[in-house]
Write a protein that binds this ligand. Structure first.
Ligand code: 6PG
Ligand code: NI
Length: 192
């Protein structure tokens, strides 16, 4: 771990950092149970354990005062009519926020609080999103190319995936008539 201030480049075309410590690859398998259309999911997985997204992190101590940062790249595609998306999570320390800067692609950030408030923010190059403390967040790629974001969040935040893995987010982003629309998640609205 570097003990002096450092820089890194985000080079075109893919914005992969010129230096990183962790490279996380999330495939279909890691998203089991998160997609509505289980038949489409199973059919895709039977063909290939498709790579959905990747995260490049620069390692810093997971302590308050440090800011963890890196690049998130969600690849384009759909499972049924649902777009490729990240697992999504609350921060273990709920009272911790996050900043996202969209560098490439088009998509949205699906967000919600434990109390059920929800929000969906559009992402396109140049957009900066401030995810307030207490809001879970999931990136969704609604475009034809990679959705690339730079993220930064407090070192002590941690990740709570378990809560989201239970029922998913209250809102889903699906393709309807060639465009992305936000719909209720039947698992929350009692449809399932
Ligand atoms: C974080 C950030 C961000 C996120 C990636 C992948 O808290 O670390 O929100 O880096 O981890 O976008 O998304 P998942 O962590 O939900 O898989
Ligand atoms: Ni986060």
């Amino acid at each position: 771990m570097t003990e002096t201030p450092y820089t890194f480049d985000l080079n075109d075309p893919d914005c992969i950092p010129s230096r990183y410590d962790n490279h996380i690859r999330r495939t279909l398998t890691s998203m089991r149970g998160q997609y509505q259309d289980t038949a489409a999911y199973d059919a895709m997985l039977a063909k290939e354990d498709t790579l959905l997204y990747e995260v490049y992190e620069l390692q810093r101590p997971h302590v308050a005062g440090e800011v963890l940062h890196g690049i998130s790249i969600v690849h384009p595609g759909k499972v049924g009519d649902e777009y490729f998306m990240t697992k999504g999570h609350f921060h273990t320390v709920l009272e911790t926020a996050e900043v996202y800067h969209c560098l490439k692609g088009e998509g949205c950030m699906v967000m919600e609080t434990p109390e059920g408030e929800w929000a969906v923010a559009e992402l396109r190059p140049g957009v900066v999103l401030y995810v307030l403390p207490r809001w879970a967040h999931r990136s969704v790629n609604t475009g034809a190319g990679d959705l690339v974001t730079l993220f930064a969040y407090p070192g002590h935040a941690g990740h709570d995936y378990g809560t989201i893995e239970q029922k998913g987010f209250r809102k889903l982003v699906v393709e309807r008539g060639g465009g992305a629309v936000v719909v209720d998640n039947p698992r929350w609205s009692g449809g399932q």
